[in-house]
Design a protein around this ligand. Structure first.
Ligand code: CMX
Length: 136
């Protein structure tokens, strides 16, 4: 894994969370995007050396809705950036890690993403992502 790409935080209200990170913590809101495939609306916050991804569920099917019901708002996942996600998937499968899908899915900003189940990653929902372009 090359570097931490972002930290995902599940929130009940994206507007309230954005206000907290910008008004209270003085960070910049980069952009907001709906990711249909994941049933989430995400806002990216520039935290200097890292990006914070705030996640709001768009419907009850969303894994974020389930997470909020069970655990309440808070740290949801950590994402590591790689250069060639397909070869990483082969490697992770060979190492017996439990991936949530066989192939990468489309994440925010068109990134290719895949998740490791928390049971296979020390209790942390872990995303591996290959960026197509930098956030602007
Ligand atoms: N972090 C750590 N543990 C988590 C977790 C999370 N985010 N979400 C669920 N878990 C734990 C639960 O607490 C539960 O643990 P126990 O068995 O000890 O109770 C276990 O995982 C199973 O949880 P569950 O509520 O039964 O949920 P599911 O198995 O149905 O789903 C998961 C869990 C990880 C497979 C699901 O949340 C998922 O598919 N996540 C990936 C997709 C996603 O989060 N997309 C949004 C992000 C989009 C993006 O960044 O682009």
């Amino acid at each position: 894994m090359n570097q931490v790409d972002h930290i995902g935080i599940a929130v009940a209200s994206l507007d309230e969370a954005i206000a907290f990170y910008t008004n209270q913590l003085g960070m910049s809101h980069i952009k907001t995007e709906i990711i249909q495939e994941q049933n989430v609306k995400v806002a990216f916050i520039d935290a200097g050396n890292i990006c914070i991804e705030l996640l709001e569920a768009t419907n009850e099917k969303s894994s974020v809705a389930k997470f909020l019901q069970k655990r309440g708002p808070g740290l949801h996942h950590i994402a590591y950036r790689v250069e060639d996600i397909e070869s990483r998937i082969v490697q992770m499968n060979e190492n017996g890690l439990l991936l949530l899908t066989e192939a990468p899915q489309v994440g925010a900003n068109g990134a290719k993403i895949i998740f490791m189940h928390p049971s296979s990653a020390g209790g942390v929902l872990t995303e591996v992502c290959e960026k197509q372009e930098e956030l602007t």
